[in-house]
Design a protein around this ligand. Structure first.
Ligand code: CTP
Length: 407
């Protein structure tokens, strides 16, 4: 998508550099138009480096390309942050005295303002009237956040967090039909990733070999499909992608708590985390020491709650319309093959989709390429997806979207 990011002359302009990253990481092409005043806070070079596009605020630069007409027409979305009192006023009055305001007058797609200013300025009747005018024209003006402002004052007037502005922008694009129309646009998807670690004592834990790569690839694919993504990350070898709402956890019990909390507002939950099935029954408060005159310790394990099954039960009891995806790592044995075990697991857990990996020494864990079979509870033909974890993620996210529309 093509996004115009207008930057107003307020100290919060520095936070917009991160907002820009969120857009570019999610694959959008962003043209930044800073006001003259804003370049006193963040220079043009920063916007050019982060967006990868030339940046100007001068209507008389590149006249032959008629920049304001082109940018305004081509933009699928215009976001203005921070929207200062002055910018809101100029936009409401329909002024066209710099590249940003002329571009705003040429806009054909949705427009989003994220205001930031001192509380008194936000509360002033003139600003309130400007905001009301803009909203009456169908423009979205976010409420500023409440909190510490520049200097010693605090109150309403803080720029909303970049993640919030980004989420509002995605929603706006989805509802305006300018986002790629994927079924996930504007939906909330919770993804668990990585491997839990169950502590034995302050320095030791029982863990597993999950790298978190598949969960991260899923989060990226869901972001690209326009979803708002909550990533619940147990231990991962890779960083979480920018643009997700990240919750980090350590143990199965912490992951359970985070997943149940996130489930309430989620359209889909993808349980890609490798959750420990057992944890030490007892956590030693101090390091377990080897002692020559005492027998070697025996570690007793207890079962952890099955979070996936619990999520399914909760969905049934609340009547929520939600797609739940489980993962299975199977080796197969003399009693059943991989698919046999997987089908039984799908039935037992009651999730909608089950992504089945065949594992064994040196297979899948940490590898970049993989092959999975995706089973659907509705009994449709299993889908095989192979290639990079990105390819597999795209297939899973596509099936989640299809399952959501079928609900
Ligand atoms: N899972 C969970 N809670 C657990 C354990 C696993 O929610 N305590 C989830 C995983 O995130 C994954 C799926 O359940 O989506 C894997 O199921 P699981 O029963 O752990 O599979 P296996 O460990 O392979 O089970 P089994 O030993 O029965 O084969």
């Amino acid at each position: 998508m093509s996004v115009v990011l207008g930057v107003g002359g307020g100290i919060a302009a520095y936070k917009v550099a991160y907002l820009l990253r969120l857009f570019t990481e999610a694959g959008h092409n962003v043209n930044v138009i800073p006001t003259e005043a804003s370049t006193r806070f963040v220079g043009v070079a920063t916007w050019e480096a982060l967006s990868g596009n030339p940046v100007t605020n001068n209507v008389f630069e590149g006249v032959e390309k008629v920049n304001h007409v082109r940018l305004g027409h081509e933009a699928d979305l215009i976001v203005v942050a921070p929207a200062t009192a002055d910018l809101l006023s100029r936009a409401a009055a329909g002024q066209a005295d710099d590249l940003l305001t002329t571009t705003l007058l040429m806009a054909r797609g949705p427009v989003l303002f994220a205001p930031a200013m001192h509380s008194e300025m936000w509360g002033h009747a003139a600003t309130a009237a400007n905001v009301a005018t803009l909203r009456s024209r169908g423009i979205t003006v976010l409420e500023p956040a409440v909190g510490r402002l520049t200097g010693v004052d605090s109150g309403p007037g803080r720029l909303p967090e970049p993640e919030q502005i980004f989420a509002a922008a995605l929603e706006l694009m989805a509802s305006a039909g300018t986002a790629e129309r994927t079924e996930l646009a504007g939906r909330t998807v919770t993804i668990t990733a990585g491997g839990t670690r169950e502590p034995l004592d302050p320095v030791r834990f029982l863990g597993n070999r999950s790298s978190g790569k598949q969960g991260v690839a899923l989060a990226t694919a869901a972001l690209q499909a326009g979803a708002r993504v909550r990533l619940i990350a147990a231990h991962m070898d890779v960083p979480a992608p920018e643009g997700v709402e990240l919750v980090t956890v350590e143990t199965a019990l912490e992951l359970r708590e985070a997943a149940l909390a996130a489930a309430a507002g989620s359209d889909a939950i993808i349980m890609a985390a490798a959750v420990a099935d057992f944890r030490p029954a007892r956590l030693s408060a101090s390091k377990i020491k080897k002692q020559d005159d005492v027998a070697d310790p025996v570690i007793t394990l207890v079962r952890t709650p099955d979070i996936l099954a619990e999520l399914v039960r909760e969905r049934e009891s609340t009547g929520r319309r939600q797609v739940i995806v489980g993962f299975a790592a199977e080796t197969g044995d003399e009693q059943s093959d991989v698919l046999g075990y997987a089908r039984a697991k799908l039935e037992r857990k009651g999730c909608d989709l089950l992504v089945v990996n065949q594992v064994g020494a040196n297979r899948i864990f940490g590898a970049d390429d993989t092959e999975v079979v995706i089973l659907d509870r509705r009994g449709t033909e299993p889908v095989t997806a192979e290639g990079s974890k990105t390819d597999v993620a795209a297939a899973v996210v596509g099936l989640v979207g299809a399952a959501l529309t079928a609900l």
